[in-house]
Design a protein around this ligand. Structure first.
Ligand code: SAM
Length: 249
């Protein structure tokens, strides 16, 4: 069944009205018609199964036959990503979404090269959210929340006390992610920080540690920021069992 994102505002009782880009995809790309069964998911993670009842010029009316509550994720991973230039930021958002990250929180720090004018931040965040929804539709998972870019200090202030906290640093020589995982087995929430192309300023590492973050290494190689983010998300999801592999035969 094909999946489409729909705002919960467009759902009443047992009807949903799919419009905009999602309607365009349903009607003009996939050429679906009345009688076709489809799956819809909203911003809260609720999934609806239904059937196309009517196709109008600008929307499709879907009769809802079943709705499934939001899947409860056993493990909430938040990737706080130093703002990267253009395509690299899009790549991180797309791959982190496919890997099941729960939230992506872009930040601006001392060595950030990419710049987004204040007036453009809402538009860029909306574009990233759209990219995440498209990646989630393809991978079958739920789209992460993409937060608007914020300053490094505001980001540190926004992180809940109870969450696990890692700042990934290529300068870290003592603690590898493997060891960190051995003494933090029961985590249901983890916030990870990955720097921008220029990395973290020394005082930013200290500020993060003062806020409870542990400096952790991904190994001896100095990775590109986008490689570090995708690797860190994949390893954290695997280590804390969020990526469900089918049981071995
Ligand atoms: N400051 C470095 C330099 O100028 O060579 C590069 C920083 S790297 C491109 C960007 C980010 O990737 C770093 O801030 C860090 O978060 C992460 N990173 C890269 N390699 C890493 C490693 N081996 N272990 C942990 N984090 C790493």
């Amino acid at each position: 069944m094909r999946r489409f994102f729909i705002s919960s505002q467009a759902i009443t009782q047992d009807r949903a009205r799919l419009s905009g880009a999602e309607f365009h995809h349903l009607r003009h790309v996939l050429r679906l018609d009345r009688g076709t069964r489809v799956s819809l998911y909203d911003e809260r993670g609720t999934t609806y199964h239904g059937e196309i009842l009517h196709i109008a010029p600008t929307y499709a009316e879907v009769g809802l036959t079943q709705h499934l509550p939001p899947e409860t994720r056993a493990f909430h991973l938040t990737l706080a990503q130093g703002l990267l230039k253009g395509r690299k930021m899009n790549l991180v958002i797309e791959k982190a979404t496919e890997l099941g990250v729960h939230t992506i929180a872009p930040f601006v720090s001392a060595f950030t090269v990419a710049r987004i004018p204040d007036g453009k931040r809402a538009e860029r965040t909306a574009r990233w959210q759209h990219l995440a929804r498209a990646a989630a539709k393809q991978s079958g998972g739920l789209p992460p929340e993409i937060r608007p870019p914020q300053s490094f200090l505001a980001l540190l202030d926004s992180i809940p006390q109870h969450s696990g906290k890692i700042i990934f640093s290529e300068r870290e020589r003592a603690l590898h992610l493997r060891e960190f995982a051995q003494y933090s087995t029961q985590l249901d929430s983890l916030h990870i920080l990955v720097g921008p192309e220029g990395g973290f300023a020394p005082e930013e590492i200290e500020q993060a540690q003062a806020a409870g973050f542990v400096s952790v290494s991904l190994g001896a190689s100095v990775l590109r920021a986008e490689t570090a983010s995708i690797t860190a998300v994949a390893l954290c999801q695997f280590l804390w069992r969020a990526i469900q592999f089918p049981p071995l035969p």
